[in-house]
Design a protein around this ligand. Structure first.
Ligand code: NAD
Ligand code: ISE
Length: 335
């Protein structure tokens, strides 16, 4: 059967996911959308012959909607995810799952009361071909026990509304999820170091930031978050183990030889860099919804990422090492 999807929030990524579900994903179509900007919702709905409904709650309640995608602003996520659980509908929520750990826990508890997984969080790197190869190598034991990971997350620029805490909450949250998944281990402490700031930034912003994470099993991670690097969108990850090291490849692009040089492009934004990962993510989500067997990043992963990003922001304030205070993982989430 085809999965009829309702989308709440028709901004950048909402429109991108609607296009993706319409054009790239087999077995799904968008039937209803809503946005607090009704004109935007109407425009987007007419492009894909869906209904524009007045509110997100109307999308969740619509009888023709089997499953919900939440791509509105972060502070609105918790309300919609909880409403989707109350309606017994699967819900794919873009990161962050919620903007406070308390709200994430509320979602985790509501899902357990429902009794089956309904929630998936949009940590799309788990669907990137390069990251998947990295995980296969680590899981196969090809580099021995992982000891260290060196990561970088660079954006060319960010808008003025981006503030220093967002380096953890909005940007590093992807690595926070990715390293937990790659190493199948939990982050137990975070620390932020602040190098000299670039002059290419808004006055209020601390950029770049060095983040250090410690895993329960003892591995250490360093992550450079640099959101005004100017030259492109550059994502790096090298894992070093006892007998080898493995690095994340860039997606394939041609190499041009001319004028005495060899050169290749650097991606300019996350949309292009992770385009295929987003396609796979939504295709796998639709299949899992159809089979009522979700396997992607869970509400628990959303909760853990929130607690760890809070600890990281706390360290940005104090400069010290901050231990993460995660609850015990329930059996429901493979605890
Ligand atoms: P955006 O501002 O372009 O779009 C958000 C939309 O939500 C806007 O159209 C806004 O009018 C609408 N909205 C706000 N409150 C609403 C409400 N209560 N009900 C319905 N609609 C509402 O932002 P964006 O860049 O598309 O980001 C949306 C979400 O996606 C954010 O949580 C962001 O963190 C996440 N995101 C994820 C990635 C990724 O790499 N996975 C990339 C970018 C954004
Ligand atoms: C944005 O919200 C994302 O999720 C991107 O993947 C990330 O690179 C960027 O820094 C965030 O602002």
């Amino acid at each position: 059967r085809s999965v009829s999807v309702g989308v709440i929030g028709t901004g950048w990524i909402g429109q991108d996911h609607i296009r993706r579900i319409t054009e790239r994903v087999v077995g799904a179509r968008v039937v209803a959308v809503a946005d607090i900007d009704p004109e935007r919702a109407k425009q987007v709905a007419s492009d894909v012959e869906a209904r524009a409904l007045p509110t997100g709650q109307d999308v969740i309640d619509a009888p023709e909607v089997d499953a919900v995608v939440v791509t509105s602003w972060g502070p609105t996520h918790a309300e919609y995810v909880l409403a989707a659980i109350a309606a017994g509908k699967h819900v794919f929520c873009e990161k962050p799952l919620a903007t406070t750990a308390e709200d994430c826990l509320r979602i985790v508890e509501a899902e357990q009361v429902h009794g089956r997984r309904l929630v998936q969080v949009g940590f799309m790197r788990r669907y990137d071909a390069g990251y998947r190869q990295l995980k296969q190598v680590i899981d196969a034991g090809d580099i021995g026990t992982p000891l260290m990971m060196h990561c970088a997350h660079r954006n060319p620029t960010v808008p003025e509304g981006y503030h220093s805490a967002m380096a953890a909450q909005d940007t590093a949250i992807h690595e926070i999820d990715t390293v937990r998944w790659l190493l199948d281990d939990e982050i137990v402490s975070a620390q932020v170091l602040t190098p000299r700031s670039t002059s290419n930034k808004f006055e209020h912003l601390t950029d770049p930031q060095f983040m250090l994470f410690e895993m329960a099993g003892g591995a250490r991670i360093d992550l450079e978050v640099f959101v005004n690097c100017q030259y492109g969108y550059d994502i790096r990850c090298e894992t070093v183990g006892e007998t080898g090291a493995v690095s994340l490849p860039d997606p394939a692009q041609v190499w041009l030889r001319d004028a005495g040089q060899v050169r290749t492009g650097v991606y300019q934004d996350w949309k292009d860099r992770f385009a295929e990962a987003f396609d796979v993510e939504l295709a796998e989500w639709v299949r899992a919804v159809r089979d009522d067997a979700l396997t992607g990043p869970s509400a628990w992963d959303g909760y853990a990422a929130s607690v760890i990003s809070d600890a990281t922001v706390e360290s940005l304030r104090t400069g010290g090492v901050v231990n993460t205070q995660l609850k015990d993982r329930p059996e429901f989430y493979g605890g």
